[in-house]
Design a protein around this ligand. Structure first.
Ligand code: DX5
Ligand code: ZN
Length: 224
């Protein structure tokens, strides 16, 4: 069981892009804590999604913090533009061919919060050296690139190990979990120590109310 109130970050990847502003406002009205924006460059992962211009458009529709997940080869290139667009948290991948510490510092210097995401095959140790500088660590429970994939059960233990690493060192970074989160899986991710859960298809792809979907995931997370 977890005592903390788990935060929910709806991922707009599964939203109706033709009515994106409304979809974001529905999430805010439905009690979302962040809006999760998946930036993909067609190289780090095959799909192309959106970039700073869409972040800026979303900024104009919500006061929620914008959590930007950079699935790109060269995230440093976009840090300034993301700051200007109004991003709050910029999460880069440990597997991107970058000097992680430099990019994390660049994000912090641009006065945003910095996160690092770990793909399923990447161990917690990959982020160990930059952990004290981070505001968030994102454990991926699917391979990055697509919404609607099945939660990889084997990642629950990694969430636990990441939680232990943060707690043992007394670090403040929030622990996020992204991929395959639904009312069926949220409890396991939360019990393993997640502070926030990202959910796309379970919020936007179910053909019913966004608020109802958020509430369902939240209550599953609280039950543990
Ligand atoms: C996948 C993205 C996720 C995605 C999650 O690469 O990082 O944020 O939107 O989608 P679901 O919740 O459908 O697994
Ligand atoms: Zn994501």
């Amino acid at each position: 069981m977890t005592e903390r109130r788990v935060k929910i970050a709806p991922s707009i990847l599964s939203a109706d892009f033709a009515t994106l502003g409304n979809q974001v406002m529905e999430a805010e009205a439905g009690g979302a804590d962040y809006i999760h924006i998946d930036v993909m460059d067609g190289r780090f992962v095959p799909p192309l999604t959106f970039g700073p211009m869409i972040v800026k458009a979303i900024r104009n529709r919500t006061s929620l913090p914008l959590d930007v997940h950079m699935m790109v080869m060269d995230p440093g290139k976009y840090v300034e533009e993301l700051a200007e667009a109004g991003a709050d948290l910029v999460t880069v991948h440990a597997e991107s061919p970058i000097h992680l510490r430099s990019v994390v510092r660049q994000v912090k210097e641009a006065e945003m919060n910095a996160g690092v995401a770990l793909s399923p095959a990447t161990p917690p140790s990959a982020v160990e050296e930059v952990l004290p500088d981070l505001d968030a660590v994102l454990v991926m429970t699917v391979n990055p690139g697509y919404g609607g994939q099945a939660f990889i059960e084997g990642m629950v233990d990694k969430i636990r190990r990441m939680r232990a690493m943060l707690d043992e060192r007394g670090l403040h970074a929030l622990l996020g979990v992204d991929g395959g989160i639904s009312a069926q899986t949220a409890g396991r991710a939360a019990s393993a120590g997640a502070d926030f859960l990202v959910a796309g298809s379970a919020i936007y792809g179910v053909g019913r109310g966004v608020a109802e979907a958020i509430a369902e995931i939240r209550s599953a997370a609280m039950r543990g």
